[in-house]
Design a protein around this ligand. Structure first.
Ligand code: SF4
Length: 330
């Protein structure tokens, strides 16, 4: 069975963008592959943050993943900082990564442009990402298109390490991308990607009324000024993609016909979407509330996940150190 690794930042409550872009995909992959899923809190500290807030966001994200169907009996779910080998391998990989490769990463350029002072951790973020993946000798990484460049760097790092320390037979696989089927969702303002920091998201734990409030005011095709103006679903940046993600195919077809033929108004279209979203999200919300009320259970799941992850990561790091002439800790 091939092995996959994927991580998610502890941004707090899951929103529809990362639910559709990553987590729903994880749930379907966990039976197909040997899967390692990680809440990457070491990545989260590359930008300024408050400790208490990060602790809370990490827990909320873990609860969100479990509630959304990530099943600890069918995959390994853990929090990155509970597995120290991630940081250890990242340091080792730092010594094999050319500075120029890091400086030309698009995400680094974008994020560093928004900081007054740029910390080395932000530059080295993709090195830690390479360590996350390669620690589990993962062959495949479910990613969105915006992560392809980082994954390419992981392949370069694997190649560099193999050519120096395992020249006869590669120890690290060169991980390949497995593109997520849902394209990146546009935020409710229709301007950029759905992102909690921009405040244009729909949280999957929000109440039905809160979600309706957001759908009701979301922008639609500007050509539909009145109910009688025909529209084009592809020009409707938020509601139509959500229908495609949550509504059955026959409803998506109806949306296309009714929009192009001006057979219904946008409010009606949004009501149908709301019903379909609630049918999927209400049970997730209920499971999250149960987990939230059972702190000991969440702790036990995450501790067990970290132990399972360490069973693999400690073997990898032992092999790496052995080949590099670095004595192991006793
Ligand atoms: Fe969007 Fe539906 Fe209105 Fe068409 S009818 S513009 S798909 S909300």
């Amino acid at each position: 069975m091939s092995r996959i690794f994927s991580g998610i930042q502890p941004s707090g409550e899951l929103h529809v963008g990362n639910y559709l872009g990553a987590v729903r995909n994880w749930v379907s992959l966990q039976g197909e592959y040997e899967a390692f899923f990680c809440v990457v809190n070491y990545h989260a500290i590359t930008l300024p943050y408050a400790a208490a807030d990060l602790r809370l966001r990490t827990r909320e994200m873990a609860i969100g993943l479990l509630a959304a169907g990530v099943d600890p009996d069918r995959c390994t779910l853990f929090v990155q900082s509970q597995v120290p080998e991630h940081a250890e391998l990242a340091w080792i990989f730092n010594t094999l990564t050319p500075l120029g490769e890091l400086e030309r990463q698009t995400q680094f350029k974008e994020k560093s442009a928004r900081q007054e002072q740029v910390m080395a951790g932000l530059l080295n973020y993709p090195v830690l990402q390479a360590a996350d993946i390669l620690l589990y000798l993962a062959d495949l990484v479910p990613v969105g298109e915006d992560q392809i460049q980082h994954l390419e760097l992981s392949r370069v790092i694997a190649r560099n390490w193999n050519s120096r320390f395992s020249p006869d037979e590669p120890f690290f696989p060169e991980p390949k991308p497995r593109l997520t089927p849902t394209r990146r969702l546009v935020g409710l303002d229709g301007k950029g990607k759905m992102s909690k920091s921009i405040g244009n998201t729909i949280g999957i734990m929000e109440s039905p009324d809160e979600i309706w409030g957001k759908l009701r005011t979301a922008i639609t095709d500007p050509a539909r000024k009145t109910k009688n103006d025909p529209g084009e679903p592809d020009d409707c940046p938020v509601i139509y993609p959500l229908h495609r993600a949550f509504s059955p195919p026959e409803t998506v077809k109806l949306v296309e016909e009714n929009c192009r033929g001006a057979k219904w108004g946008c409010v009606e279209c949004k009501r149908v979407l709301h019903e379909n979203m609630m049918a999927e999200l209400a049970p997730v919300r209920e499971r999250a509330a149960e987990l939230d009320a059972n702190d000991a259970k969440v702790t036990q799941i995450l501790d067990a996940g970290a132990e399972k992850a360490r069973a693999v990561s400690s073997r990898t790091i032992a092999e790496v150190k052995e080949r590099m002439g670095l004595p192991l800790a006793r």
